[in-house]
Ligand binder design. Structure first.
Ligand code: UDP
Length: 143
């Protein structure tokens, strides 16, 4: 299986609940490695740009409001099959449908405030990582 990278965002609800470490533990226990990380309080323009693909969806305005409501932790993760592995670790978009033991089942309250973002394809992962990190900021985990 190929080594991939994916983008993770620990959303404002998870940060406000002080669950950064607990969630990163899930990520690391799944065999994924953090290769870049930054805490950032997104501006409206930055959140709108990141979620541009959803701009016509009815929840877009509320999503942007939520994502700018507090700081987030943005990370690039690396590992075998990282895109799908991280989607599995996160669980379904709606925490009510998320499998037990997943991040969203254990740390999220609703479909709007669902604790974590993870890229949904390798192509989107590349674009999303580039949205937040310059290539020099990505640290391959060689040791
Ligand atoms: N979202 C929402 N209401 C909905 C569907 C989605 O607020 O009815 C938000 C939610 O935060 C979700 C994000 O929009 O994580 C992106 O939606 P997508 O369907 O791409 O889900 P994801 O890939 O995050 O599981």
């Amino acid at each position: 299986m190929a080594i991939e990278r994916t983008l993770s965002i620990l959303k404002p609800d998870a940060v406000a609940k002080n669950k950064i470490g607990a969630i990163i533990a899930r990520i690391e226990d799944a065999g994924l490695k953090v290769v870049a990380a930054r805490m950032i309080h997104l501006t409206q323009a930055e959140a709108e740009g990141f979620y541009a693909v959803h701009s016509e969806r009815p929840f877009f305005k509320d999503l942007v409001k939520f994502m700018t409501s507090g700081p987030v932790l943005v990370q690039a993760l690396e590992g075998e099959n990282a895109v799908q592995v991280y989607r599995d670790v996160m669980g379904a978009t709606n925490p009510k449908n998320a499998a037990p033991g997943t991040i969203r089942a254990d740390f999220a309250d609703s479909i709007d405030e669902n604790a974590a973002h993870g890229s949904d394809s390798l192509e989107n992962a590349k674009n999303e990582i580039a949205y937040f990190f310059r290539s020099i900021e990505l640290c391959p985990r060689t040791r």
